[in-house]
Design a protein around this ligand. Structure first.
Ligand SMILES: [Mn+2]
Length: 345
């Protein structure tokens, strides 16, 4: 995506060569590929992608594609290289040791922050793809709302498989394994979808499509049966906090501040909100901006989730999540209705 901008950062910081090793998602970011193995080398002037014989070798604008051999590095070794950029969170110790053996005299610097910042601001093409991923996710949700009253889906896993099939039918992949949590299972934010039979109560759906390498993330609640006044009250309280967080987003506001505001709006249930308000999203489901990082503020063309939750261990849990683009104002990309869907059971 922003390859040339990254190259100018390398030049400015006097980094001779950056080496990225697959499965570093930054390789997908720059090349739009998800190969089985790859090295991506970026200098201020040239970019080379080394792919194994097993993968397709497509043409990529501004990237030279080469065969990954045992001594793929030889050409680079012949040049004077003093400083090498690495993406620390995605480089294993074993890979680093290998690279250090090839360039024993080089100094290694972490370029992860540079890459994270680059990726946090989306290009028009990225916005298009994430918007499409969100539309696919929304459609899958509506298909499920239509399907549930037929009573053919018996377990959490049946529901998850239905959603996943609806996503794949639309030409997309899954951004992450679907979370379907019914009743007290929903009190665990990352419940592992089970074969448990569906029962009356809240049904939490946290899922997303991945379209052309770009992810969507959405959580909606369905109620099977008839909710009590109290259950409705929890839902309304949470929805109010979620809507306010979206409405209060403004440029240069710290994500941490937005997080605090959501907790305030949950009142005494803020102690039942046990995770962060959201996260950046793109080629990865979780990427920069990181809400707990004090330095990170809302910028134009950021895409992030807003997902407050209330978890009552042993009873039930609720979460409402949207993928949001900040463009002049917060624009909700996951357009599925947030009116509690009540399905007779
Ligand atoms: Mn999320």
């Amino acid at each position: 995506m922003k390859l040339q901008l990254f190259q100018s950062h390398l030049k400015k910081n006097k980094i001779d060569l950056a080496i990225l090793v697959y499965p570093d998602p930054t390789i997908t970011y720059f090349t739009q590929l998800k190969p089985s193995a790859a090295y991506l080398t970026i200098t201020p002037k040239t970019t080379e992608l080394y792919l194994s014989k097993l993968d397709v070798h497509p043409r990529i604008p501004k990237v030279v594609v080469r065969l990954l051999t045992k001594d793929w590095w030889r050409k680079h070794r012949s040049k004077k290289i003093i400083t090498i950029g690495i993406n620390k969170p995605f480089l294993t110790v074993a890979q680093l040791e290998k690279i250090q053996k090839i360039w024993p005299e080089a100094e290694f610097v972490d370029v992860s922050l540079m890459l994270d910042n680059l990726r946090a601001t989306k290009t028009q093409e990225e916005i298009k793809r994430i918007t499409k991923a969100c539309d696919i996710t929304t459609k899958a949700f509506y298909s499920l709302v239509k399907e549930l009253p037929r009573r053919k889906l018996k377990t959490e896993q049946d529901v998850a498989l239905f959603l996943e099939k609806e996503i794949k039918k639309q030409g997309a992949e899954l951004a992450f394994p679907t979370i379907v949590a019914n009743g007290k299972n929903a009190a665990i934010p990352h419940h592992l979808t089970s074969t448990q039979k569906l029962k009356a109560g809240f049904l939490l759906l946290d899922f997303g499509a991945c379209y052309q390498n770009y992810c969507a993330d959405m959580t909606r609640m369905i109620f099977l049966g008839k909710p009590t006044k109290k259950e409705k009250h929890y839902y309304d309280l949470l929805l109010n906090a979620q809507l306010k967080s979206i409405a209060h987003s403004q440029p240069a506001m710290a994500f941490e501040e937005l997080d605090k505001m959501a907790r305030k709006n949950l009142g005494k249930y803020s102690k039942n909100f046990t995770h962060s308000l959201g996260h950046g999203i793109g080629v990865e489901v979780h990427e920069s901006p990181v809400f707990s990082d004090r330095e990170q503020v809302i910028c134009e063309d950021n895409i992030f989730t807003i997902e407050p939750g209330i978890y009552l261990p042993g009873k039930f849990g609720l979460r409402i999540e949207d993928t949001v683009l900040y463009s002049g104002k917060a624009v909700v990309l996951t357009k599925a209705t947030k009116e509690l869907q009540i399905i007779s059971f």
